[in-house]
Write a protein that binds this ligand. Structure first.
Ligand code: GLN
Ligand code: ZN
Length: 771
């Protein structure tokens, strides 16, 4: 093998492409189908058109091996569930009666049948539907979708090679959970021997359809895996590799470095590996060298990030590719993961200045980068001299821009001391000062911040955007809403009130729009789940806060009542987690800048007379790195950013935080490190499990485990809420227990919100009377 032959063979590929279409045509077609406005044939033909357009776009960009089967009406993990015949029993009849309706029933549920649970796809903001498996699960191959989409692409006549992409069997099982009614300790991975023959059948079908290569995605192998799990992976790929009637196999991993898996995969009898070689997974390079490279195998090198939206540093990627040439028989170029996680086309952005737009690469731009890199690799860098020069200029423009380098912001961040990230008194002393200052009853009642976002509010925002009302008119409507929310809370008898967040479209975007250094996109939609798309703001530069962001609304609310009104902010970790973040400095530095901007807001709220301030960090846990070894470092900067945000207030100002999850045993220490005075968490559905866990870990602070499940329109009864409180009291003493819902109420309607909060206050009164 010479590096020259490896380079000459360099091909270009990606593992997946945004599904929605340039104008979210897919979302519109699917939602139209749900409402009966689009027929099944109409939906199928829209989908086919979008797939064709994507392959065409990939071909034009210079991608010569295109993915197939990555398209989905809802989610590719659900598609895999269909492919392996693991439809839950409760959905079998619906799927048999009508595959499309049955599919959507699994995704969204029906009046009578619950959907599959949804959870995050690794550390992305994409959500997949969790397979439900048990000892009784019988798999059966259904390769129809994979075969049909392969044939569609192969039949396009664009001179493309089509490569089916499947979720691999090990990852599929590791992402599954025990089906309802199955023992909680059931391990889906024990079904591997039953699942492999199904994959063998699908592979044979794809081979018969003409597929030369099939990609099996195994991102679960970048997480910490036990020896038993690694053995299972070794067995899986030995068995699939030993099949005779199969296409060549490309096993792909992404989102991080492969920890213990490289030796397993290098030894497996498969023809190729696809690995992430972006900065965060750079260790893959040494790992590959350590196993002696991949002699005789194909290596697909993910050097263009499929996660961020920044132009690639082409020279750096070429250097990586050059190193890899010595390690495999053939090195092909790709994005690091499916481009599903980035928006479609940066050139569609009209509102971003050209001087900044040149820094950005969305899916379409990334495919061009992949093609350029492959050309440079195969034919020499001279052949891409113009692209390299333009790329250097783009990178220099970004590095030298006052947007990315604001000396004042940098000086301030550098000057931060340990004392800035610490309240002036320890928690116990603060708690006493706050008790005196706030004069709240035992078991104080409050809410998490938002009240129902009614149709009128959305209309008001649309009216403002369309120029039908002016800013003053809009603000009048917001004020009217605040008056209503405050009046209701007073009447209901809540103790710590909120202004209701009526002015906020979204808890991150609202702040991003007001912070310098953030960019908004017009068309930068990314799939969150199903037909829900989000437009994450781009954290592009040094962050500062030119003016207060929330003070006037909170102050207005406070002017209407003598009870304390809680100020509401989104915390620094969540501001990063739900944005595209910059890749030119450590996340910790970015978090610190955001924290300082938020700290100004917190201090201004206090100066304006706010004595309770809540800083929401729902993303603290979901941002945990995939590998345990990386977690302490993350938690150190994440908790510091929170403390920096909140550390500047007086001891008698009460800092709250809120998180939307019930399972957090692994981060209780970190939650304590936030040094917040009060935390609210989701608990209603798990019957106060959170309270017991907090107690088990000796959590010393005040806490409000939710007694009202806001995910459902169901109104919790008074006695039910009281019972939850009594359960909570067995774990948390009355002096430290708060009474609140699980999360914000923005998705709820007013009638159930009213009734539920009235019951919540009544329950608190009842239980107070029993103390
Ligand atoms: N304060 C926010 C709200 O009430 C919190 C939202 C969240 O936790 N996701 O809407
Ligand atoms: Zn929440």
């Amino acid at each position: 093998m010479t590096s020259k032959s490896a380079a000459a063979a360099a091909r270009t590929t990606v593992y997946g492409y945004p599904r929605q279409g340039p104008n979210r045509e897919l979302k519109k077609a699917i939602e139209g189908y749900w409402k009966g406005r689009v027929t099944a044939d109409g939906l199928r033909s829209t989908a086919a058109g979008l797939r064709r357009a994507n392959w065409r776009q990939l071909a034009e960009a210079g991608i010569d091996e295109v993915p197939t089967g990555d398209f989905s009406y809802y989610d590719h993990v659900l598609d895999t569930t269909v492919m392996v015949g693991a439809v839950p029993d409760r959905h079998r009849d619906a799927v048999a009666a009508d595959p499309i309706d049955g599919y959507f029933a699994m995704a969204r549920g029906t009046r009578d049948v619950a959907p599959l649970e949804m959870t995050k796809w690794f550390d992305t903001n994409y959500h997949y539907l969790v397979p439900e498996l048990g000892p009784e699960t019988v798999f059966a191959a259904d390769s129809a979708k994979q075969v049909a989409e392969f044939e569609e692409a192969a039949g396009l006549g664009l001179g493309l090679t089509a490569r089916p992409v499947l979720v691999g069997p090990v990852t599929y099982l590791l992402l599954a959970k025990p089906a309802p009614g199955v023992a909680a300790d059931f391990e889906p991975l024990t079904l591997l021997d039953r699942l492999l023959p199904v994959y063998a059948e699908v592979l044979a079908d794809l081979r018969a359809a003409g597929a030369e290569w099939v990609q099996l995605d195994e991102p679960a192998l970048v997480q910490d895996r036990t020896p038993a799990e690694l053995n299972a992976a070794a067995r899986a790929y030995r068995e699939l590799g030993d099949l005779t009637d199969r296409p060549k196999l490309l096993v792909a991993s992404y989102f991080d470095r492969l920890g213990e898996a490289p030796p397993v995969l290098a030894k497996a009898p498969v023809e190729g590996l696809a690995l992430d070689f972006t900065e965060s997974a750079a260790a893959n390079l040494e790992a590959l060298a350590a196993v002696g490279g991949l002699p005789g195998k194909r290596l697909v090198a993910g050097v263009v990030s499929g996660r961020n939206i920044w132009v690639n540093d082409l020279s750096k990627s070429l250097a990586t590719l050059g190193t890899l040439l010595g390690l495999a028989d053939r090195v092909d170029v790709s994005a690091s993961c499916s481009l599903l996680h980035v928006p479609l086309d940066a050139s569609a952005e009209r509102d971003i200045e050209p001087q900044i737009l040149r820094w950005l690469a969305f899916a379409k731009q990334k495919t061009r980068e992949v093609a350029t890199l492959a050309k440079g690799l195969a034919q020499g860098t001279d052949t891409i001299a113009a692209e390299l020069a333009a790329n250097r200029a783009d990178l220099a423009s970004r590095a030298g821009s006052p947007v990315t380098r604001n000396p004042d912001v940098r000086a301030r961040a550098t000057a931060v001391t340990g004392a800035d990230a610490r309240r002036s008194q320890p928690y116990a002393e603060r708690a006493a000062a706050q008790r005196a200052h706030l004069g709240l009853p035992l078991l104080p009642t409050t809410t998490i911040g938002s009240f129902p976002q009614t149709g009128e509010l959305r209309t008001a925002r649309a009216d403002l955007r369309a120029g039908r009302i002016d800013t003053a008119g809009y603000e009048e409507r917001i004020k009217a809403e605040i008056r209503e929310v405050i009046a209701f809370q007073e009447k209901a008898g809540l103790d710590v009130l909120v202004h209701g967040e009526a002015e906020r479209n979204d808890m991150v975007q609202y702040f991003a729009e007001q912070l310098t250094g953030y960019l908004a996109t017009q068309h930068g939609w990314v799939q969150s789940y199903g037909t829900r798309y989000v437009r994450p703001p781009i954290l592009a530069g040094d962050i500062s806060r030119p003016a207060p962001m929330t003070v006037r609304w909170t102050s207005y609310a406070q002017s209407l009542t003598s009870r304390p009104v809680k100020g509401m902010l989104t915390g620094p970790v969540t501001m990063l987690a739900w944005s595209f973040v910059r890749d030119d400095q450590p996340l910790a530095d970015t978090a610190r800048q955001v924290a300082l901007a938020l700290r100004d807001e917190v201090n201004d709220l206090e100066a304006a007379g706010t004595s309770v301030i809540q800083v929401d960090e729902p993303a603290l846990r979901e941002t945990l790195p995939l590998r345990a070894a990386d977690r302490p470092g993350y938690l150190a900067w994440a908790t510091e950013a929170f403390r920096l945000t909140t550390g500047g207030v007086r001891p008698d100002t009460q800092v709250h935080t809120h998180m939307c999850y019930a399972e957090f045993g692994d981060i209780v220490r970190a939650i304590d490190d936030l040094d917040a005075d009060v935390i609210s968490l989701e608990a209603a559905r798990s019957h106060m499990q959170v309270a017991r866990e907090l107690a088990a870990h000796g959590y010393p602070r005040e806490a409000g485990p939710g007694v009202y499940d806001i995910h459902s329109p169901r109104v919790p009864g008074r006695e039910e809420a009281a019972e939850l409180l009594r359960t909570g009291l067995r774990a948390i003493p009355a002096e430290r227990l708060w009474v609140n819902p699980d999360c914000g109420l923005k998705t709820r309607g007013w009638p159930e919100t009213r009734a539920s909060l009235e019951n919540l206050v009544a329950a608190a009164r009842t239980v107070r009377g029993e103390l």
